[in-house]
Design a protein around this ligand. Structure first.
Ligand SMILES: [Fe+2]
Ligand SMILES: [Fe+2]
Length: 332
């Protein structure tokens, strides 16, 4: 999984420039792109949608209007699905972000376009599933999509290493979010679909994670500082969705995605896989970043513990109910 040794002849000074990072990581991008294309399995979104249970809606087809009683999904699962779907919907902004940062030429460009093509399936197939199952209000969903995509998304991350660190964490978090929604949706068709999407996210995460491992070997101080900055300030891109805080609270209380998941199934496995705590060759800046990261992990664990107590009190007083059935495996 590591880059060949000749790609690691770069110092931290070169990593200060976007052009330097992109140029020096390009051989790794080519290698990981080839690996990705070799393992990514072709799949067809239309095969995952339960069309036989679908009905026409009101409007031009004069069908049946949506009613909240038609949804079989628990409220917290609806909240999580909505946030995940609207997050996927903002793909045009994400494409712009990575195309302008990583470029559209050579191996970087091939990856950017391939990744975009794969991601484009996710919102399409999730929306088709939601409509076929009448899982949530289709009018509210469309109004929110227009608002979300209309507002766009920009990360404002300072360097290309920060952008790479962000997508590494984000792909892993997204994998967990989709997978846990599937496990808790109570619908085998939905679970199969979410697992299929999560498998895509897993391969995206592996691409970025192993690319970042090369960045850490090439420019340990700059790469570890960027990774630490991103992890300490990490937010999913869906935080601008209207009502996000209330939805996120219900999603967390139900155990679908909370600080425990973020800490134990996203951040810690990623840092372990990258060997951050035993990374050689760090200078003062890298050592300072590693120390900051250690403090953040402790803070995260304490926050997760406090949040867990809050959710238990919420659930004991008739809240959404916390499930322990979510996926526990750690593959990062
Ligand atoms: Fe996706
Ligand atoms: Fe992805």
């Amino acid at each position: 999984m590591r880059g060949n040794e000749e790609t690691v002849q770069v110092n931290d000074a070169a990593a200060d420039t976007t052009a330097g990072v992109l140029r020096d990581l390009e051989p790794s991008v080519g290698r990981l792109l080839d690996r990705h294309l070799g393992v990514a399995r072709e799949w067809f979104p239309h095969q995952y949608v339960p069309w036989s249970g679908a009905r026409d809606f009101d409007g031009p087809l004069d069908g049946t209007a949506w009613d909240p009683r038609q949804s079989a999904l628990p409220q917290a699962v609806q909240d999580a699905l909505l946030v995940n779907l609207l997050t996927e919907d903002n793909l045009p902004s994400y494409h712009f972000e990575i195309a302008t940062r990583f470029g559209r030429d050579g191996a970087w460009g091939t990856w950017v376009h391939r990744w975009t093509a794969e991601e484009d399936r996710h919102a399409c197939v999730m929306r088709a599933y939601v409509h076929a199952r009448r899982a949530m209000d289709p009018v509210a969903l469309e109004e929110l999509r227009m608002r979300q995509v209309g507002a766009g998304y920009r990360s404002d991350l300072p360097t290309v290493l920060h952008a790479l660190a962000y997508v590494t964490v984000q792909e892993l978090a997204t994998r967990q979010a989709h997978r846990n929604v599937g496990v808790m949706c109570g619908d085998p068709v939905g679970e199969q679909l979410m697992a299929r999407i999560a498998a895509d996210e897993n391969l995206h995460m592996l691409f970025y994670r192993d690319l970042y491992a090369d960045a850490l070997r090439m420019a340990p101080d700059a790469a570890l500082t960027a990774l630490t900055d991103v992890i300490c300030g990490f937010q999913m891109p869906g935080t601008t969705i209207p009502g996000f805080r209330a939805r996120a609270l219900r999603v967390a209380a139900a155990g679908i995605f909370d600080l425990d998941v973020h800490s134990e199934h996203v951040v810690r496995p990623l840092l372990r896989a990258l060997g951050v705590m035993s990374l050689p060759g760090l200078g003062p800046a890298g050592e300072q970043a590693r120390q900051r990261l250690g403090q953040h992990l402790e803070w995260l664990r304490a926050q997760a513990s406090r949040a867990r107590e809050l959710y238990e009190r919420m659930n004991a007083s008739g809240g959404p109910g916390r499930s322990r059935t979510r996926t526990q495996e750690v593959t990062a």
